[in-house]
Design a protein around this ligand. Structure first.
Ligand SMILES: [Zn+2]
Length: 350
């Protein structure tokens, strides 16, 4: 039984004198979980629990009273109905015929290193559809990071092969160019290179993929709020403009296993989005509103968007966010302009 094996693994990882809670069959809200976590931290750090709690509430503000938060990727989980004969596909309601559930559907693309979050409720036809339509674009978009950090997809390490270059990671990261013209003449700082990817890419598909991941992990009783979103990711609904996507690079939460945090609004405050996702891939973080949720604003207006960002204080507190427009749905050549600089302090290249 895998759950029983997990118990012994838990005890193996515990340090001497480390405290833990044992809560048989109790499912806790994020808020209560945080309280217990704060309590354990207070004991471990020898601090006052109120002091630790104050720090937590400064970080999260009243976000916890507004959203139900759940995180995926840190442990193995199968989402949705186990019994194949009772399954209803989240993306086509079993209308893509014949409806079969033979292949294991990854809630987050396996090519991005997800081995733990499996969605039961995605039929083979939909799985195949997404892997041909939207997923190749997000995978290509993140390929530089995937190869650089050696994130293993299906079949192990992946090279990033472009029109004019090849990037591989075999003990060391190696970048080579197909022709002398493409490789920079002199090795001086900043060392600039232009990488041209093989396949054209529509940035809207990156946004669609992020939302597909979100819809794959939420509770199925929430899906009725996202009928239009599902139409959109299926390619049956056009979108001209989409909300901006917050994007940053942070090594603080670096993870080779992709992680997804879901925020679902639990109060009747329409000034903030009904659903928000936070996706981590290696050092990259994306924060995105799920568009077209029932009765939701579109958050295209700057004031509306700023108000949303204001609500998520702990994102706002970290510096370095870029707000990207992923509305364009036309396939375009994907070019990466990289600039390598010498870091004087540590005398290493970044
Ligand atoms: Zn389906």
């Amino acid at each position: 039984m895998p759950p029983i094996n997990a118990v012994s693994a838990f005890f193996r990882k515990l340090k001497a004198d480390e405290h833990f809670y044992f809560l048989p069959n109790l499912k806790l809200e994020t808020n209560d979980n945080l309280k217990l976590y704060d309590h354990l931290r207070a004991i471990d750090e020898g601090k006052d629990v109120e002091e630790i709690q104050k720090r937590t509430s400064e970080l999260f503000g009243d976000l916890l009273t507004r959203y139900t938060i759940a995180a995926f990727g840190h442990k193995r989980v199968y989402i949705g109905e186990k019994d194949k004969t009772k399954r209803v596909c989240r993306f086509c309601n079993n209308v893509r015929k014949p409806t079969e559930y033979e292949s294991e559907a990854h809630a987050i693309s396996e090519a991005l290193g997800n081995k733990t979050v499996i969605l039961n409720e995605e039929c083979d036809k939909c799985n195949n559809h997404f892997s041909r339509t939207i997923e190749p674009d997000i995978i290509q978009y993140l390929s530089l990071f995937r190869t650089f950090y050696d994130v293993k997809g299906k079949g192990g390490s992946k090279k990033f092969k472009g029109d004019n270059f090849e990037l591989k990671n075999e003990e060391n990261v190696m970048l080579s160019f197909h022709s002398v013209e493409d490789s920079p003449k002199e090795f001086s700082m900043p060392y600039k290179v232009k990488l041209e990817a093989k396949e054209p890419l529509a940035v809207q598909n990156i946004y669609k993929s992020l939302c597909k991941y979100f819809l794959s992990v939420i509770d199925s009783n929430q899906l009725s709020n996202f009928a239009k979103t599902i139409k959109w990711i299926n390619g049956d609904k056009e979108a001209e403009r989409l909300p901006l996507v917050g994007e940053m690079i942070s090594y603080h939460s670096f993870s080779k296993q992709p992680k997804l945090v879901t925020y679902l609004r639990k109060i009747e405050d329409k000034s903030i989005p009904f659903a928000v996702g936070e996706f981590h891939f290696t050092c990259k973080i994306f924060v995105f509103i799920i568009p077209f949720a029932s009765n939701d604003k579109d958050f295209l207006d700057k004031t509306d968007f700023d108000h949303f960002w204001e609500t998520f204080q702990y994102f706002k507190k970290s510096k370095g966010w870029a707000f990207m427009d992923y509305s364009n749905n036309v396939k375009k050549k994907f070019i990466l302009n990289l600039s390598f600089n010498k870091n004087d302090k540590s005398d290493t290249t970044e």
